[in-house]
Design a protein around this ligand. Structure first.
Ligand SMILES: *[C@@H]1O[C@H](CO)[C@@H](O)[C@H](O)[C@H]1NC(C)=O
Ligand SMILES: *[C@@H]1O[C@H](CO)[C@@H](O)[C@H](O)[C@H]1NC(C)=O
Ligand SMILES: *[C@@H]1O[C@H](CO)[C@@H](O)[C@H](O)[C@H]1NC(C)=O
Length: 286
């Protein structure tokens, strides 16, 4: 009994810092799968030795527990950039100020992109690169206040948790109604339709503006700044005291949903283009 109680607690706490949770990461990967070029799909399926319809989604969360091991702990800071801004009065990300000495998500995207372009095309590197593109689109991964909201206690559907965790996990899972691979596929297909011919059709092209595989820092800093702006408008519009110890599964959740949908869609669409550019870049060098 003790054993079965311990395992879920460990999983939940590992989950809490893993960004977007499993559901979010797998959804981003499925959206990317829907948009990559045919050549990119062949390229990555072959490297991953996986010709299934889940070749990227399965790798998206493969190394989730890696950062909690002694060997992987160095990668923990790579999932976020702690903007030292002042929400809700002012938001903003500055690379020199906010990327700590131990690294950050912007530097990590640069690192892992150049590793992929140098033909270090292994499962672990693909996993990391895909994950960091997802993470940078979660507003509280681009915020230093209260450790990205981790120290702001909140209630969600009667459960005591923290603000960071509800953005990673509780709110996406409430929206979708589950967290299985099939839930992720279903959500990804809904967002893919919105991108192709729905609510996002007119803006999707603008999401790729400025994307430059030779300049991953500028590219991902743009993504971080755009995402961090939601901390002022949607995550903490009235400051942290307004949400601390409050039940957030009502109006707060309703206001967050459009941002979550947009950010997951953007992350997947951008990841597709990023993988296309990596695949083309590697092939050109070979
Ligand atoms: C690739 O996958 C197949 C089927 O799962 C497996 O039999 C094979 O050993 C794998 N090859 C490599 C190089 O991992
Ligand atoms: C880049 O990768 C190296 C080696 O893994 C690591 O030491 C460094 O901190 C990383 N830099 C950033 C900014 O993430
Ligand atoms: C938050 O949850 C705790 C523990 O269940 C409860 O005592 C408290 O009243 C809840 N607060 C709100 C605002 O719902």
């Amino acid at each position: 009994m003790k054993f079965t109680l311990t395992i879920p607690v460990l999983l939940i706490s590992a989950h809490s810092a893993a960004a977007w949770g499993t559901l979010g990461h797998e959804t981003v990967a499925f959206i990317a799968q829907n948009f990559v070029c045919d050549d990119t799909k062949i390229f990555f399926s072959s490297i991953l030795n996986d010709s299934s319809t889940e070749y990227l989604a399965k790798v998206a969360t493969w190394a989730d527990s890696y950062r909690y091991t002694a060997a992987g702990s160095f990668s923990a800071p790579f999932h976020f950039i702690d903007a030292e801004d002042n929400p809700p009065a002012s938001c903003g990300v500055k690379y020199a100020r906010d990327c700590g000495a131990k690294g950050c998500v912007v530097g990590a995207i640069q690192n892992y992109t150049s590793q992929l372009l140098d033909s270090s095309l292994d499962k672990a590197t693909i996993n990391m690169a895909a994950k960091f593109v997802g993470d940078i689109h979660q507003p509280l991964h681009d915020e230093g206040l209260a450790v990205g909201g981790n120290t702001i206690p909140v209630n969600f559907s009667g459960v005591v948790t923290n603000l960071h965790h509800i953005w990673d996990t509780n709110m996406p899972e409430k929206l979708v109604g589950g967290y299985s691979l099939d839930d992720a596929r279903r959500w990804a297909n809904i967002l893919t339709t919105e991108i192709r011919r729905g609510a996002f059709a007119h803006q999707a092209a603008s999401w790729l503006k400025g994307i430059d595989i030779t300049d991953p820092v500028s590219t991902s800093l743009h993504w971080a700044r755009e995402t961090n702006a939601f901390v002022c408008t949607t995550v903490l519009p009235d400051g942290q005291d307004a949400v601390a110890n409050q039940e957030l599964s009502g109006d707060y959740y309703e206001a967050a949903v459009p941002v979550i949908q947009l950010q997951i869609a953007r992350a997947g669409y951008r990841l597709a283009r990023w993988l296309d550019l990596i695949a083309v870049g590697v092939r050109t060098e070979l």
